[in-house]
Design a protein around this ligand. Sequence first.
Ligand SMILES: [Zn+2]
Length: 399
Amino acid sequence: MSYPALVEPADELSIDEVRRYSRHLIIPDVGMTGQKRLKNAKVLVIGAGGLGSPALLYLAAAGVGTLGIAEFDEVDESNLQRQVIHGVSDIGKAKGLSAKESIAEINPYVNVVLHEERLDNDNVMSVFEGYDLIVDGTDNFATRYMVNDAAYFLGIPYVWGSIYRFDGQASVFAPTLTDDAPCYRCLYPEPPPPGMVPSCAEGGVLGVLCASIGSIQVNEAIKLLTGIGEPLVGKLMIYDALEMEYRKLKVRKDPNCALCGDHPTVTGLIDYDAFCGALSNEAAEAAAGATISVTQLEHMLKEREEGTRDFVLVDVREPNEYEINKIPGSVLIPKGDFLNGSALEKLPADKQIVMHCKSGVRSAETLAIVKGAGYADAVHVGGGVVAWVNQIDPSQPSY
Ligand SMILES: [Zn+2]
């Protein structure tokens, strides 16, 4: 099913623009009218990261007249493996500005609007307002649900994408476009339990996967803006890069959806951090009063060296993460071994257990398990190896 174009055509294209977009203009489905619609379009891209980078590059090249960029982060060296809108000279620079400069180089006719504050309940509605379409490239569940709800309340369709290792997904959520179109909550009514799904930072992502999914998002955006083809409304695209397989599943509107269903319970923005829970209740409880800083850990390690203190420092990350950086004197026992119980056999019964991971989420989860097994004095390291590298040992690489 096709939908009416989201955007009215601009009055005209300049001679320069006609030359620039000639390969679009000679496609009958796009033509002069389609290109004028793109010129008049206002698209907000959330995140100038893995998905946002290719999305912004192609939206700009395609001639979308106004591109908003919602991004508060800075360019880090570890971004360059996939965030192709940034370069070496951008390291340390605001990602929004870096993206804006790249876009100016590709297409000076694009008006770029930067939104450099972190999106939250206080600003999301005012940032979204006025855009015809949103392209969501966020990597966390709290923001995803917030984007879905805010877009629904404002009646703005959006193109969603997600990536993990070799797997990608994409869909279009436009419940205000037609009566039977689902929203993100129809597809995923509940966020995954905290600690169960690793983030991209934890789980990794094949760089080129961002281009595969980001280009699908741009493809859908162009179709929606110009009213051509069949957009992924009510359909979920699933891509497996290892098998090189695309599958398309039907997604139905859920009459019981908390947002767009018959009897909605979500009628305004909610507390998304609480809804998605950065930590499970058990982990938060275990970590309360049992979290040490990296400075405290450094001191404890010195005492252990001097023989005045004994404890076991357990790194609960994955082996490939341990290869990148580590806290000296730690032993590696991945979180999975705590979940299946095999780790407990490896722990001495008479020593204090100190646990850490990358940032402190996984180690809080395993802390709950270890405390539950009777290690009452077990603690974990707040901020994990990230804090260790930042504050104690900057000679090690971060990731
Ligand atoms: Zn819904």
